[in-house]
Design a protein around this ligand. Structure first.
Ligand SMILES: O=P(O)(O)OC[C@@]1(O)O[C@H](CO)[C@@H](O)[C@@H]1O
Ligand SMILES: [Mn+2]
Length: 449
């Protein structure tokens, strides 16, 4: 019995209380750097706020900076995490989450920046940035990360052109493709979307991290860095979602993509989504994004629509053709964009069925959900110090609305589902393998047999 309990005991969540860990270094160095950049961005835009809102804009700029400086100080001096005061629809749920943590830790002091769980405090920082803006109405809607996101898109322009040209070439010959050729194209575009996740701006604390080389040509050399490759299961899930209607017509399934970063990564996701639709593998795609600026580069509704408009407006035949196609998919409802407050909360996904049952039910309506990026993987697995050989199903702790797949480059030290010895070998060869973004996984889970 005791042994059984030990087997089932959960490993601890990652936390900055482990001095020298990646979580510790993130809270100590990366998060304050991000906050300093946010403060700087707001200050640099002072004139813009004045032009738009006059003296009120200047006051808002000052007030926001003062709140953000206070936030940075709380973080750096390991103060207790404070309840939110902005009265937004999600405020209550954030404060309840805090109380839950305080309850389980026993006292208020222990829920602090360096003592609490990394996932929670990192998410909380982005929510507090939002609070600082919301409390200053004329500039509430200002996206402090927008400059970095648009810059990342423009700096990846050549790679975007290459990708759109590649896509349009496939689409021109789609009717002639054999099933094997279709599978080959699918695998390539799945991998392009996977490696697109290298381009996030949170890991680089806002430094340029755009795609400069050809995303197609580099796939072969990147192949050995994919540690788990369940792409065959993703493919068979798509195929088995096909049903034969009464009229003899094949109906295909719905794929949901839980988006991560704007800029180049979003383009790779749109290209994959276009391929899924134009090949007839999928009937409908639902994209899920964030409802406020998050983890520096994550996609909001504004970023999503902006990216499609910019692609349409490009001075390149195939790129703008792709953009028009994407706009059509949106107009026809073949593609749709959704956001839900749960994506910008600190919960592990195993809490979704209880804490956001409507979102859980939405995902149940999909035949496959693709979770992009590192933060989604941290939330899938509860951001815990798992043994690398623990199965993905075990780390998911019951989360499984429908077949799902994580497409993620490793940027945080959590990884499950590896082969015996694989983790140890990587650690000895490349000690930073879990945080450098050099390795990736395509990890699938389904409760359906
Ligand atoms: O989810 P993404 O965009 O792939 O990565 C977000 C991220 O860079 O932010 C954190 C560092 O601050 C890490 O957990 C993680 O790697
Ligand atoms: Mn991100």
């Amino acid at each position: 019995m005791a042994a059984e309990l030990a087997v089932h005991r959960l490993p601890p969540p990652l936390s900055a209380k482990v001095v020298g860990s990646f979580a510790y270094l993130t809270v100590k160095d990366r998060l304050p750097t991000i906050l300093t950049k946010v403060i700087d961005t707001i200050h640099r835009n002072k004139n813009k706020f004045f032009e738009e809102y006059g003296e009120e804009g200047i006051q808002a700029e000052k007030q926001t900076i003062s709140l953000l400086s206070k936030l940075r100080n709380e973080l750096q001096t390991d103060k207790p995490v404070l309840a939110l005061t902005d009265g937004l629809p999600d405020t209550e749920s954030w404060n309840q989450y805090l109380q839950r943590h305080q309850g389980s830790e026993g006292d208020q002091e222990s829920v602090s920046w360096f003592k609490s769980t990394w996932l929670y405090v990192e998410c909380y920082m982005y929510r507090r940035i939002q609070e600082a803006l919301w409390l200053n109405p004329p500039i509430s809607d200002y996206d402090v990360f927008s400059e970095g996101k648009t810059q990342s898109f423009f700096e990846s322009q050549q790679a975007v052109i290459t990708l759109c040209t590649h896509l349009e070439n496939i689409k021109e010959r789609m009717q002639e493709l054999s099933k094997n050729q279709l599978l080959e194209h699918f695998n390539k575009l799945l991998q392009v979307s996977l490696w697109g996740n290298k381009c996030d701006l949170s890991i680089s604390a806002g430094q340029d991290n755009s795609q400069k080389i050809s995303p197609i040509d580099s796939l072969r050399s990147l192949q050995p860095f994919i540690l788990v490759d369940d792409s065959n299961m993703v493919w068979s899930t798509l195929i088995s979602a096909q049903t034969l209607g009464q009229s003899g017509k094949i109906t295909t399934g719905r794929v949901d993509i839980v988006l991560d970063n704007a800029g180049f990564e979003l383009v790779t996701d749109l290209v994959l989504a276009d391929f899924l639709i134009s090949s007839g593998l999928t009937r409908e795609i639902h994209f899920h994004g964030k409802s406020f600026p998050w983890f520096v580069s994550d996609v909001t509704a504004k970023d999503f629509h902006w990216t499609i408009r910019q692609t349409m407006a490009a001075n390149h035949k195939w790129m703008s053709k792709s953009g028009f196609e994407w706009q059509n998919y949106m107009k026809e409802g073949v593609w749709s964009y959704h956001d839900h407050p749960f994506w910008t909360q600190p919960h592990e996904f195993c809490d979704m069925a209880t804490d956001a049952p409507d979102l859980y039910a939405t995902l149940q309506g999909a035949d496959l959900v693709l979770f992009k990026g590192d933060l989604n993987y941290r939330k899938l697995t509860g951001d815990r110090d798992w043994n690398h050989m623990v199965g993905f199903d075990c780390a998911l702790r019951g989360f499984g609305p429908t077949p799902l797949c994580s497409l993620r480059t490793l940027k945080a030290n959590v990884q499950v589902g590896l082969q015996p010895g694989q983790g140890e070998k990587l650690t000895s060869q490349d000690p930073d393998w879990m945080t450098s973004g050099k390795y990736a996984i395509i990890q699938f889970h389904s409760t359906k047999s």
